[in-house]
Design a protein. Sequence first.
Length: 391
Amino acid sequence: MKNFLSLLKREFKLFFNNKVLLVLFLGAPILYGVLVGGVYKKGKVTNLPIIVVDEDRSPLSRQLIDMFNDNEVIYVAKVLNDPFHAKEEAMKTESTVVVQIPRNFSADVNYNRGTELTFFVNASNTLTSNYAMMAANVAASTMKAGIQIKAQQKKGVPEFVATQQFEPFKITMIKQNIRSGNYLYFMLPGVLFTVLQQVMMLGLALSFASEFENNTFGELVNRCSNVFVLILVKILPYLLMSALIFALYYGYSLWYRMPLQVEGWAFFGSTILFLLAVSFIGILVSIAIPSQLKATEILMVIATPSFILSGFTWPLSQMPEWVVGIAKLIPLTHYLQIFRTLIIEKGSGAYIHGPVLGLAIIAILTLIASIILLQLKIRKVKKNIQVEASV
């Protein structure tokens, strides 16, 4: 028993002496609890933008717009007079629902002629589109019920009978982008790109850390001391192998019959920028932390919550500002936004300037930091070689 207690004491001592393990074991639950709690702290989605195409421009249509704005879940980001630029405006304002009020809507309702409201729903984000669609539908249905009951009561029909009578207008829902509403089309790409970021980071975490740990960095410097060449040599195999992973992902889209089409160079260019940003983060940690285990542990801390923080499922607009700030430091956040805009929503490159700039800033800053740190390591190795030679 005494021996068992001494061994147990020894294990606790080893645990508390390992600073990285201590931070991970105690810090990770605290960190992830605060981060994930911050993401979902609000508990419900509010203030989602929608677009209204008001071709009627009547007091009744303005009343409907006011009812949309009175709903806590949605607000009218813009009112258009015609539907020609509705899609562009929806993408600019990140609106998931476009409500089209047809011409003569008020007159048709007043004269009991058939008319309808049309909801164009961007189903690329299942969560936000459903919230916005239901909120808009509630507002329109409330107006419809009010018009119906009031018209019937004027004719002397009792209220309970009036609720079963004439329907003043219909509501039509048209889902766009992911028309089937299949959750696989929404979730699978996000998860696969998260996995790609994680394997890239973990692989590159070993690039320089393994050299330092195995005492082969001096040999590497003797063969080539050019910082740019060394970084390129380390990341190029991963960039080439990532092309195979993208081919695999495309194979999944065919296998699962996912209607994803890649058009134009904007997506390919942003994909390369994403891979570079991820690679330079991995390289930076690998240079700064000369231990393979510690480097991979640190990058695991970064990579693990990235999907939750990315805004792909729960919108960034619903998160606290400090969480959004952390999310924007992760390449996946920007890349999933680009993927949704270009591939799912079939938007143009004009709508991805923000996320592309975010990726570029991450890539440039981490590359500069990697160059500085690697140059210092090279100078240190060369200095040690000179000292050994002089001795």
